[in-house]
Design a protein around this ligand. Sequence first.
Ligand SMILES: NC(=O)c1ccc[n+]([C@@H]2O[C@H](COP(=O)([O-])OP(=O)(O)OC[C@H]3O[C@@H](n4cnc5c(N)ncnc54)[C@H](O)[C@@H]3O)[C@@H](O)[C@H]2O)c1
Length: 346
Amino acid sequence: MKLLVTGGAGFIGSAVVRLAVTRGHEVVNLDALTYAACLENVAPVADSSLYSFEKADIRDRPALDRIFAAHKPDAVMHLAAESHVDRSIDGPAAFIETNVTGTFNMLEAARSYWESAGRPETFRFHHISTDEVFGTLGATGQFTEETPYAPNSPYSASKAASDHLVRAWHETYGLPVVLTNCSNNYGPYHFPEKLIPVVILNALAGKPLPIYGDGSNVRDWLYVEDHADALLLVLEKGALGRSYNIGGENERSNLELVQTLCDILDEKRPREDGKAYAAQITFVRDRPGHDARYAIDPERIRTELGWRPSVTVEEGLARTVQWYLDNEDWWRPLLNRDGVGKRLGA
Ligand SMILES: NC(=O)c1ccc[n+]([C@@H]2O[C@H](COP(=O)([O-])OP(=O)(O)OC[C@H]3O[C@@H](n4cnc5c(N)ncnc54)[C@H](O)[C@@H]3O)[C@@H](O)[C@H]2O)c1
């Protein structure tokens, strides 16, 4: 299959690109190369004859039309987005422009291409979204595909809006879409402004490990390569117009998560003074509108498509820490990018 992947130089998009090329798909990676992008993320497959790159912005409709016409993809996997909640609090405009208007442009460019090709039923527009569109949970319960949308941050509201557009383009124009809403991802190539890389890299640098509020906020963690595997499965086997929640049933409070990362580091790279990395944990002012708990019910993707994650969160976190220990050449230059290492969205 020939896939047009947007946001393929980002964290999850690059995992999709690497996996898709490895599985023999042709991939066109469309990315504007914002502060969050890194072409090194796709270096393992960049020399493959199956891979090509188009630097383009999804806010630029003529560029999208040109790329569809030039590459004639069988399917779109749309991941390009502004993705950092804290940045959305400080500067929501970019989130509306890319996540809402950009998705609108992608839908219109895809629709125009699909209609001019005779509306092939085999075409797919796969929209990749987040569980944050569902808002927050109390101590119990899980998000299902039927959970009403109740986004609380500018980021999640912009993603919710884009999900609604994708649904409407299916209902109104018949565009063959599938949607997925996934829980928090972690793993290799995670940009060092997100919690897990921040904790690993601050720990190694002897800096405070910042935890928002009291650390009781719960997230449901999924290894990024398991997410990429689920995305390709939904693309190939998902029912038209259907959405699938993706999660690993790995709930951890932020405090538990950071403690686990400290324990792994204590074992793999003990501090020179012999103290535990947990001594660096610091509680900082909470994020406004911070959702208390996310948890995914993955029953639909499990029973209808037979998907299961391949690694436990313990294995995945150990692999991730090891990856950061082994790949300083990747992360060190990213620490100089705009906003990295600063408290945003306070
Ligand atoms: N990170 C998570 O835990 C998570 C969980 C569920 C869903 N998602 C969704 O998955 C997708 C990818 O997330 P990520 O964490 O890999 O994000 P990321 O920030 O690491 O990467 C986003 C990529 O999109 C590109 N991009 C941004 N604006 C663009 C524009 N206007 N035109 C073209 N390219 C643009 C960036 O250059 C970057 O390469 C997003 O849609 C996000 O909402 C993320």
